[in-house]
Ligand binder design. Structure first.
Ligand code: TYD
Ligand code: MG
Length: 452
């Protein structure tokens, strides 16, 4: 079959159109900027619309029913929590994560639960055969028997089937395997991913069904290629964790219908993912309080404080440049903290390998954890355990100063609930708490106060 010219290649730098792909844009000379696009997208649609002249008429906001449809809550507690109550009809949700982290498992569980609640779903599997999906389903606690599975990668077929079965929640696993025949590019390239997402978006808005897109993320943390998807969809969730550990963290980084940065914690069991009701207790379980190099901090993730342990190990390095390895923490942040501790607290790391680890597979971005990282490092260098029931809260500046952090009351309350007794905290925090506070205003005070 001869292909019709369905698409053009547009330069993402200057916007010039090219009939064919090329490595370099003729118009602005930049390299690798041509992205395939369906032709006349706007024009084509406008023509169809002109049948009913101008489309829907404007309405006053006060005439719009406040909560027209509500949400579909799956009953999978942490998933609903991160979404802000459940899946919103007509919305598009992107679930990103590294391969093997449990995205397919999570969404199959959601589909099973929605089916059990009488909400028709369609699970489109572009990566696995029906048999493979069935094998996974057999392991789950949920009964996935009534979930409809469609092994399909062609976008047009997916939306047709979704309409035919009347699915209210369509799960597309994954967006990188989906392609539209309108474009020539291979599935997974930026043009395809973008166009497929745009069409599914339109499908969601027009049909009122919710679409859940699975997106694979590379090690670097970006959703492979289509970072562009994030702004197009309504909600973006990331599923993270160490594949080796049992905990998985679901995080909302964008949410048009709820708050962002909300954390949901799951445990991967032999029977699928199980929500963890008390993340702080789970993360701290099995913590050895009598070992050096361990400090606990409270992260404020969204509305809920979560206690996590930070472990540090500073060990004499062999020859060459000492290693700095950070797991769950930004490597550059670690470098900054090490430099501050060297210069402002007189600790020496120049001949030590430094390893810092956040337990539970959480990725720490909250600067309030600085003081805990510093305390763990300090404790490791001095080979002296930090006080067993102490919490560390504070952001560290380049001058070595320790600054108060936001949401301190709720963080301290969570620590208190879990039996903590002491809080190392900036003296300027000015907070009343049942915990005994150890004021810290500068990293140079850390070593002395840890020993006391
Ligand atoms: P999967 O959902 O296939 O990950 P993704 O879709 O993100 O690539 O999850 C795969 C991992 O989960 C795999 O290593 C097996 C494990 N797993 C369990 O431990 N228990 C279970 O009940 C299931 C279904 C999977
Ligand atoms: Mg998968």
């Amino acid at each position: 079959m001869a292909r019709k010219a369905h698409s053009v290649y547009r330069c993402s730098e200057c916007g010039a159109e090219h009939p064919k792909w090329a490595g370099r844009c003729d118009a602005c000379s930049s390299w690798n900027t041509l992205i395939e696009e369906a032709v006349g997208r706007a024009g084509g649609r406008a023509k169809k619309r002109s049948v009913d002249a101008a489309g829907p008429a404007p309405v006053r906001l006060s005439d719009v029913a406040a909560e027209r449809t509500g949400r579909w809550s799956t009953g999978l507690a942490e998933f609903d929590f991160v979404l802000g109550g459940g899946i919103v009809p007509g919305s598009v949700l992107l679930v990103g994560g590294e391969p093997g982290i449990g995205k397919s498992t999570l969404l199959l569980q959601c589909a099973s639960r929605l089916e059990a609640l009488g909400i028709p779903t369609l699970y489109v599997s572009g990566e696995e055969s029906v048999d493979q999906v069935r094998l996974r389903a057999d392991r789950l606690e949920e009964d996935a028997g009534s979930v409809r599975v469609l092994p399909e990668v062609r976008l047009e077929a997916i939306s047709t089937h979704a309409e035919v079965v009347g699915a209210r929640v369509v799960i597309v696993d994954s967006i990188q395997t989906t392609y539209t025949e309108e474009l020539e590019g291979a599935p997974g390239n930026v043009g395809q991913v973008r166009e497929c997402a745009a069409r599914l978006m339109r499908f969601a808005k027009e049909s009122g069904a919710a679409v859940v897109l699975v997106g694979h993320v590379t090690r670097g943390g970006v959703i492979a290629g289509p970072k562009t998807l994030e702004h197009a969809v309504d909600t973006v969730l990331y599923f993270e964790g160490e594949s080796s550990g049992d905990f998985r963290v679901l995080r909302a980084v964008k949410n048009r219908f709820g708050s962002v940065d909300e954390l949901g914690v799951f445990e991967m069991t032999a029977r699928g993912l199980r929500p963890v009701a008390n993340p702080s207790a789970a993360f701290l379980a099995g913590r050895a309080t009598d070992t050096s190099g361990s400090a606990v901090t409270a992260l404020m993730e969204g509305t809920r404080p979560v206690l996590i342990e930070i472990q540090a190990l500073a060990a004499k390095s062999g020859y060459g440049t000492p290693q700095r390895v950070a797991t769950g923490l930004d490597g550059r942040r670690l470098a900054v903290l090490l430099a501050v501790l060297e210069r402002r607290a007189g600790l020496s790391f120049h001949d030590l390998d430094v390893f810092v680890n956040v337990t539970g597979g959480v990725r720490v971005i909250d600067p309030a954890s600085d003081l805990a990282v510093a305390a763990a490092l300090c404790s490791s260098v001095q080979d002296r355990p930090a006080p067993p029931h102490a919490l560390f809260l504070g952001e560290i500046g380049l001058g070595g100063e320790v600054r108060p952090v936001g949401g301190v009351e709720r963080r301290l309350a969570e620590a208190e609930r879990l039996g903590f007794r002491t809080a190392f905290i900036s003296a300027r925090a000015g907070v009343s708490t049942a915990l005994a506070t150890v004021p810290i205003d500068h990293v140079s005070q850390l070593a002395g106060r840890l020993a006391a």
